[in-house]
Design a protein around this ligand. Sequence first.
Ligand code: F6R
Length: 606
Amino acid sequence: MCGIVGVLGHNQAAPLLVEALKRLEYRGYDSAGVATVQDGHLDRRRAMGKLVNLSDLLVENPLAGKAGIGHTRWATHGVPSVSNAHPHQAGPVAVVHNGIIENFRALRAELIADGANFESETDTETIAQLCARELRAGATPVEAARRTIARLEGAFALCFLFDGHDDLLIAARKGSPLAIGHGDGEMFVGSDALALHPMTDRITYLEEGDWAVVTRAGVQVFDARDTEVLRPETHARIDGTQIGKGGHRHFMAKEIAEQPSVISDVLGHYTKTGTRIDMPAELPDFAQIDRLILVACGTAFYACQTAKYWFEQLTGLPVDIDIASEFRYRSPPIGPRTAALFVSQSGETADTLAALRYCAGKADHILSICNVPQSSIARESTVALPTLAGVEIGVASTKAFTCQLTVLALLALHAARQRGHCDDATLAEHLTALRGLPGLLNLALGQEAEIETVSRELAEARDILFLGRGAMYPIALEGALKLKEISYIHAEGYASGELKHGPIALVDPAVPVIVFAPTDPLFDKTVSNMQEVMARQGKVLLVSDATGLDTAGPGSWATIQMPHVSPFLAPILYAIPAQLLAYHTAVAKGTDVDQPRNLAKSVTVE
Ligand code: F6R
């Protein structure tokens, strides 16, 4: 969380910093700030709230200088305020930071005892104060930054800028990603390659524990033991058109609409040969695996929860799933013949990464499904399967979720083949169904007008329940999560059969209950649970296919018709109405759909 950027350019730095921060705003939008060195003098501008406030401030009060650093904040220590906004400055040094300094209290106490005056409540200011103390003691900027970095515990990506030095940035990475961009006699630093895209696509990624001395002449990288190391320069493949809204009102709307096309890309990538599933040869032989562990956070966790049904039913393999933040501290035993699979859109989620590191050396295979191929999770896995959703900018994950599901479905079929649980005819049937999925997704998207209409009523509700059974249960959870995060309406997802064990007490005519019920082998059971809700004056919105609506639609408050789909693929298809209901409810409420309050897209703190 938080986005950081640094520029040593030929032109004025502030506009470039703001442009790069626009691409990092998905990481947080509590405040933003920039600092530059002009005529040897360090100066900064900071503003509360979104980046636009900083841009306005820079119009009123411009900041000159061709060397600078910038930051967009997701608050961890200290409320969103100008004094807590980055860059933090102590005397001749300014710093921007992404992450958390875990030992900052001890460091702050030590510095205060030494006479330091703090102007903010942040952990980051400790870094600037430590570095300033080293400079006062006579250290050079490089030495002062090195000694400072060595004292920091926790997770961080940092960039330092020094008074009197307009050709120097010091960057450091421990636990949070950092990219160095190479220009033509210019150099850049950014939280990711996307931020640097307008300036350069030539990127060197720092490795864990690295720190770097950046000047316009190039970069020198040192590892955690201060030994100079060579890190390769790579070419980041970023399609600039993915960064716009493409005529849609919100990124989320664009990303929902893109799903048929990106899922076609996923299918094309993993089924090139037509009659087989093409998975990397480095994947384990699933016939030699006795246990699969799936770990992720949030929406990516619901993809894992859905996949548990698929893997268990198709492969007979025991599957454990867990939320990364719980898994990592539970010390779960990991026996032999275990594969651990981590799912993450960003590939940088701190808890998922920590869970992966816990399993490394314990599980026989560390696999991942990530949307960002250069991410830490992808790079630290033995096999990383790309999600291929393209850049996802809306904070609420949509297309990444359905692409994760599609990759997981293909992987489950691949494992089923290897374990002798899926013959040629069954595979062919599933592949045919998968190839029909983009068309079905288009039909589901065609229901948007009806969904928008019911959403206007949903927007009046205080609480909403989502129900589903079997593999539709995680979709109910995902529907509730999506609605909560962008409309701020309280919502809960339940397994339909669980309702009568407590939550049915919530049902009254003011609480809409959204039921995902494709006509699958569990349809009748789900409908019975729905009847229990209706018998208590519950206001049911039934999402089903034509057959399901004929059978169970009468008496419900509203219905949404989905095309008929094989039960195997129903979770992917029903993700569409879940997303559209949340989207249109949020639009009706007038919330900030792409950047909902309190959230950030890349969760790089615990
Ligand atoms: C919800 C959402 C989050 C993420 C979660 C994990 O819409 O986007 O719940 O799914 O923060 O993020 P990644 O997938 O980047 O690990």
